[in-house]
Design a binder for this molecule. Sequence first.
Ligand SMILES: CC(C)(COP(=O)(O)OP(=O)(O)OC[C@H]1O[C@@H](n2cnc3c(N)ncnc32)[C@H](O)[C@@H]1OP(=O)(O)O)[C@@H](O)C(=O)NCCC(=O)NCCS
Length: 181
Amino acid sequence: MLRKKIELRNGQRATIRPAKPEDAGSVLDYLNCVFGETDYLAFGKGDLDWPIEKERKFIEGYLDSDNKLLIVALVRQSIVGTLGFTGDEKTRLRHTGEFGMAVLRKHWGLGIGAALIECMIEWAKSSGVVRKINLRVRVDNQRALSLYERFGFVREGVVRRQFAVVDKFFDAYFMGLEIDP
Ligand SMILES: CC(C)(COP(=O)(O)OP(=O)(O)OC[C@H]1O[C@@H](n2cnc3c(N)ncnc32)[C@H](O)[C@@H]1OP(=O)(O)O)[C@@H](O)C(=O)NCCC(=O)NCCS
């Protein structure tokens, strides 16, 4: 099973592993917190209103799939970051998918984001299915952009009005990384 222990820039240790069904409650608590901390994600504060049972099924679905991945980063047994990659279900598109990620603000800049991406790329290379990883990122999200470019993601185009935050629209870069095992 994909599992990694890393040392963070502040000397703390973190573990990265796939989310388990029994994480459902803590994943929801984490998401509700992280959605209130940033305007760069698809959900804002209070937008995620789904029961634990639904989250448990969601996690099970990811564990059972060969082209989906949901990983969590833990510091002292507490979830501080997540990354979810969703592969397409259609025959001619299932080698592609899009991911989203976040880290709790208190833990930014310690290397957790980089470790999550590294795990996803390793997983994709060994999946035997995934050959292209896509993402959409707000054009003004400098921190995320520099992280993605460090791992070789390239800007493939601009998606206009991708995000609507309160009464303002934001464009996004469509970025991609080709996977060759
Ligand atoms: C983007 C995010 C996941 C990064 O997580 P993280 O754990 O802070 O990432 P890391 O610590 O591994 O790396 C952050 C990098 O950003 C760089 N960085 C920090 N501030 C920056 C800035 N203002 N401009 C450009 N780069 C910046 C750091 O130098 C670091 O790179 P380095 O490791 O080469 O020094 C996190 O900031 C986050 O959750 N943001 C809010 C949600 C979000 O934007 N998600 C992505 C949506 S597409």
